[in-house]
Design a protein around this ligand. Structure first.
Ligand SMILES: *[C@@H]1O[C@H](CO)[C@@H](O)[C@H](O)[C@H]1NC(C)=O
Ligand SMILES: [Cu+2]
Length: 330
């Protein structure tokens, strides 16, 4: 039997082994064409790790879309133990599993492929590749300020996202990049991870140049889809959200304006009402103490299941429950 003091001591002794910031995370495993693959373990030593996933170092989000780490949440290199999921038929489904329960229900889900030169992606830096988007889900229903998003659906799907490799994609070696973008605070939070797959039985429809982007390069920090402020009055009625990045592979969307009469499926005009300016008091001065002391700045987290940081907000902001896993100051 333990006294409550002993229990507390026990609990505290166990805590340091947990990832420090449990409000964040990333892709931890995959199911590819019915087969399960474990991912890289960012909080274990890199030595001896072997997985199809490219290494990544932290659960923390990327909050600058131009950082060199934006391709695969790391420096883009492959380690000694790099594996590849081989013989993945074009047309098959790939599911990425995030840590459960994923805490951020506001923002898009995006999936990209990038073909590697040569006979393997191992040794190829992710920053050198050209990416095309094979799947996206933005604001699915409701308003920007209070809607159902791709990421909300991801949470509802056991904190996982399934994309289909288009049957028309040429066979070859690819990185697949699953990305979740969280918009509950600004700057937007990017959570991308990559894995190596070999696609077989593919088609002959290579991505067009208009469909290809580099990472960094595919996004800018002023993209409407990365700067939208969910907490403005306008956002409570705005129903258009523009997903960042290039047009979807094979979607027929043209960025060159070559077909005058076409109704491209990507929105052409930016609804200015949904483009929020960054709050001038961004969380730069957040006392990010993990002891529950101090106050959280505007847009910073102030509560939620597992949260151990500050639970009061800097004046005049209030702590609002966003969901059971996330409360925020605004
Ligand atoms: C839910 O996700 C976990 C991985 O996070 C997986 O092990 C489990 O099989 C999934 N459950 C279902 C019903 O798919
Ligand atoms: Cu988070």
């Amino acid at each position: 039997m333990f006294s409550s003091t002993q229990l507390l001591a026990l609990t505290l002794a166990v805590l340091p082994q947990l990832p420090r910031v449990i409000a964040h995370g990333g892709v931890l495993s995959y199911n590819i064409a019915g087969k399960t693959y474990n991912g890289w373990q960012p909080y274990n030593t890199p030595v001896g790790q072997s997985s199809i996933q490219r290494p990544w170092a932290t659960y923390d989000p990327i909050q600058d879309a131009t950082l060199s780490t934006v391709a695969c949440n790391d420096d883009g290199t492959s380690p000694d133990g790099q594996l590849t999921a081989t013989s993945v038929p074009a047309g098959s489904k790939i599911t990425a599993y995030w840590n459960q329960v994923w805490p951020h229900p506001y923002g898009p889900m995006l999936t990209y492929l990038a073909q590697c030169p040569g006979s393997s992606c191992t040794g190829v830096n992710a920053q050198s590749l050209s990416w095309f988007k094979i799947d996206e889900a933005g604001l699915l229903s409701g308003t920007v300020g209070n809607g159902y998003w791709g990421s909300g659906k991801m949470i509802d799907q056991n904190s996982s996202w399934t994309s289909t490799i288009p049957a028309s994609v040429p066979s070859g070696n690819y990185l697949i990049r699953f990305e979740m973008i969280a918009l509950h605070s600004l700057p937007a939070q990017l959570y991308p991870e990559c894995a190596q797959i070999q696609i077989t039985g593919g088609g002959s429809r290579a991505p067009t140049s208009a469909e290809l982007v580099k990472f960094p390069g595919g996004y800018s920090n002023s993209d409407p889809g990365l700067t939208v402020n969910l907490y403005t009055n306008e956002a409570q009625t705005e129903t258009t959200y523009i997903i960042p990045g290039p047009p979807l592979y094979n979607s027929g969307a043209s960025t060159g304006g070559s077909s005058p009469g076409s109704s491209a499926s990507t929105p052409v005009s930016v609804p200015t009402t949904s483009v929020a300016t960054k709050p001038s008091s961004t969380p730069a001065s957040t006392p990010t103490s993990s002891s529950g002391q101090g106050t959280a700045a505007q847009w910073a987290q102030c509560g939620g299941q597992g949260w151990t940081g500050p639970t009061t907000c800097a004046s005049p902001y209030k702590c609002n429950v966003v969901n059971p896993y996330y409360s925020q100051c605004y």
